[in-house]
Design a protein around this ligand. Structure first.
Ligand code: HEM
Ligand code: HEM
Length: 194
């Protein structure tokens, strides 16, 4: 059961969801932690390199996931949900997908704009070129500050959205007692669509 059906998620969507959830939560924790470490320490430099490397893994998986999602419509939401709740759920998912892409791209633009010009070498093996930065953003410092703020506030928004998302998932499971959480854990609900 690789693909989604009308009643549940297939194994590819489930695998993408949980691998990326773990990576993203880890990246938020790593970002907040490394940002508080003394910049002149070599260990801090290594943490930044690790953060950038995993960020590119998230970006690559995010693009693949979006392609898979566009080719695989999500199962319908539970029937008892209020129309406004359905719109909220949909907007929440769109927001999560947007931030999954915005975070790594803003990080990439931030390091590209930086006057330090520190190279990005994924896991110390694969060099990644810097992106061209629009001249309209001013000097390199100004562009770096812009993307830094975008990255930082994007991360805060992502944290808030994940909080609401997880609370909603448990509300479905514990209060509404529907299949919403179960179908993101198991392909059994997907198999019910015959
Ligand atoms: C899933 C992807 C990512 C997430 C969730 C994420 C999250 C974060 C968070 C929470 C912070 C701390 C912000 C603060 O306290 O000001 C941070 C900082 C940072 N991130 Fe990311 N990040 C991601 C991807 C990337 C990528 C791909 C790069 C670069 C290629 C990058 C470069 C940086 C840098 C350089 C900082 C330090 C910024 C500063 O010094 O103010 N991040 N990130
Ligand atoms: C304990 C943590 C989490 C739980 C319990 C959880 C639960 C769920 C559930 C039950 C769904 C299916 C909703 C539905 O059927 O309409 C879902 C979908 C989704 N989740 Fe999570 N989630 C968690 C963490 C995360 C994280 C950290 C992210 C990414 C930042 C994330 C991103 C998404 C996205 C984008 C969807 C939409 C999937 C689609 O329809 O294509 N989730 N989540």
């Amino acid at each position: 059961m690789l693909r989604n059906t009308r009643t549940g998620y297939g194994s590819v969507a489930i695998l993408f969801h949980w691998v990326m959830a773990a990576l993203i939560v880890g990246m938020i924790a790593l970002g907040l932690y490394m940002h508080q470490q003394p910049l002149e320490e070599p260990a801090t430099f290594q943490l930044y390199q690790l953060h950038k490397s995993i960020g590119f893994v998230v970006l690559s998986l995010g693009v693949l996931r979006l392609v898979w999602r566009l080719a695989n419509p999500a199962p319908g939401l539970p029937e008892g949900m209020h129309p406004l709740e359905k719109i909220g759920a949909h907007l929440g998912h769109v927001g999560l997908y947007a931030l999954i892409l915005l975070l790594p791209v803003s990080g990439w633009l931030m390091v590209s704009a930086s006057p330090w010009g520190i190279p990005t070498v994924l896991f110390n093996v694969l060099p990644v070129p810097h992106l061209p930065v629009p001249a309209a953003l001013g000097t390199q410092e100004q562009a770096e500050t812009f993307f830094k703020l975008l990255h930082e506030y994007g991360a805060y928004l992502l944290i808030a959205l994940i909080g609401v998302h997880v609370a909603a998932a448990f509300k479905h499971h514990l209060i509404a007692r529907d299949d919403t959480l179960k179908r993101m854990v198991s392909t059994r609900p997907a198999k019910a669509d015959s």
